[in-house]
Design a binder for this molecule. Structure first.
Ligand SMILES: [Zn+2]
Length: 428
């Protein structure tokens, strides 16, 4: 009892509010071994190990109501607890909706889970119920972590359409496996999903100059498992580049076919790729960029993900992640991934056509005409008046020149694996 009093006196406040100390949502942490005056304790006691049932009690609980720092519509609740046989811990969550009503208590699965609300909330409450079937044996709650954020509604209901065929022949880049970087095993089983979109993150901390190879990946995993209470490292992939040597590696986090923890409320079917660094201030190393394109190219190719479904974290949640200097590259990343895939597989289309004398008709073919595309590609027509290009899919502007004629213009959309015709008649 004295020990409890002592802990009480020096550590009265134990819900700490952290925002973006790592790439995370708004987080409230309940440390089980510290008394917090804002928590309602019933039939439980706080020990140096955590919160447990009071002596001889078979039922107990803690509960608390917390005003959120932002209006939120997605939350993730995780906890670390020792639960002996014949005992149990039940965690429930409810939120205060804008209508002024509390949502029904939602019972979370063991190991925690995501909650997505139908409306934004301004506060939430949780309760942890302790059960035992034998006096003296109790579950012990070491830590409860509640993170929440706003997920943008248009992203909640967006359909992520697949892109083309899954066999584009893009080579999988070299990836440091979990055993190679010394990963801990996950604390609980994975939930499987099908990758449909990709979200790019930065770490913020560590910065890119802090990066120390596998040790950095292990420290991020430790933080996610021990501080955030997650089952495993949150991201599916991490990319690190040594600023000094430029050596770059891609690391496997969670397997990409299981749900990660990186985008509050939108983790299902979402692959989280983290580029280690702080891109609010640092600029992306070109080697990191090249590794990112290769990785995303392989992911999009292998899982038929349309490169338009590549996002920055701030597209989905209220966050500065992945930093302006990385987020500003989003359109270029999508385009480069598309080009990378098209260059890596037999996915080009053919643009072909006849250049003819407009006054005389298509049979009056013009040889020696120069056909130039907006990409700079040129071709010269032969005696049959034909020109042709093998091109990656997209829309091209065509300009045709021949001495003695006016310049002809056209445009045509090239489709993967198909031949499209665009013949141009020249006027004198
Ligand atoms: Zn992020």
């Amino acid at each position: 009892m004295k020990k409890i009093m002592f802990v009480c006196a020096i550590l009265a406040m134990c819900v700490v509010n952290i925002h973006a100390t790592e790439d995370v949502d708004y987080i409230d942490v309940v440390e089980g071994n510290r008394v917090n005056n804002n928590i309602l304790y019933e039939n439980v006691q706080v020990s140096s190990y955590g919160i447990r049932l009071a002596e001889n009690a078979l039922e107990g609980s803690i509960s608390q109501t917390i005003k959120s720092q932002i209006a939120f519509n997605a939350a993730t609740i995780a906890w670390i607890a020792d639960v002996p046989d014949r005992t149990g811990i039940q965690v429930e969550f409810s939120s205060l909706l804008r209508s002024g009503e509390w949502s029904l208590w939602q019972n979370l699965p063991q190991g925690g889970g995501d909650i997505v609300l139908s409306d934004t909330a301004l506060a939430y409450r949780y309760r942890v119920l302790f059960h035992s079937t034998q006096a003296g044996i109790s579950p012990v709650l070491e830590k409860l972590v509640i993170s929440y954020n706003e997920i943008f509604p248009e992203m909640l209901y967006k359909e992520f359409k697949p892109w083309g065929n899954a066999t584009r022949g893009v080579v999988k880049p070299s990836i440091v496996s979990r055993s190679e970087w010394g990963a801990r095993p996950p604390k609980s089983g994975y939930t499987y999903h099908t990758p449909q979109k990709i979200t790019i993150h930065h770490t913020w901390r560590p910065t890119s100059t802090d990066y120390q190879g596998s040790a950095t990946i292990r420290s991020i995993q430790n933080y996610h498992m021990d501080s955030n209470g997650w089952s495993d490292i949150g991201y599916h992939f991490l990319i690190g580049t040594y600023r000094s040597s430029g050596e770059t590696k891609i690391y496997q986090g969670r397997p990409e076919n299981v749900v990660g923890a990186h985008t509050g409320g939108a983790n299902t079917n979402n692959v989280g790729v983290n580029v280690i660094g702080d891109y609010t201030t640092e600029t992306l190393h070109n080697n990191s960029y090249q590794a990112l394109i290769k990785l995303l190219g392989w992911l999009c190719s292998h899982y038929s993900i349309n490169p338009d479904n590549i996002y920055g974290h701030c597209d989905l949640n209220s966050t500065a992640c992945p930093g302006t200097n990385l987020y500003s590259l989003r359109a270029k990343i999508r385009e480069d991934v598309r080009n990378y895939i098209n260059g890596g597989g037999g996915s080009k289309g053919t643009l072909i056509g006849v250049i003819y004398d407009a006054a005389q008709g298509t049979q009056a073919k013009i040889s020696g005409a120069t056909v130039k595309l907006n990409t700079g590609n040129t071709a010269t027509t032969g005696s049959d008046g034909l020109y042709s290009f093998e091109l990656t899919p997209g829309t091209y502007k065509i300009e045709v020149k021949k001495t003695g004629y006016q310049t002809g213009n056209a445009s045509e959309t090239v489709i993967e694996g198909q031949t499209v015709w665009e013949s141009v008649g020249l006027k004198k």
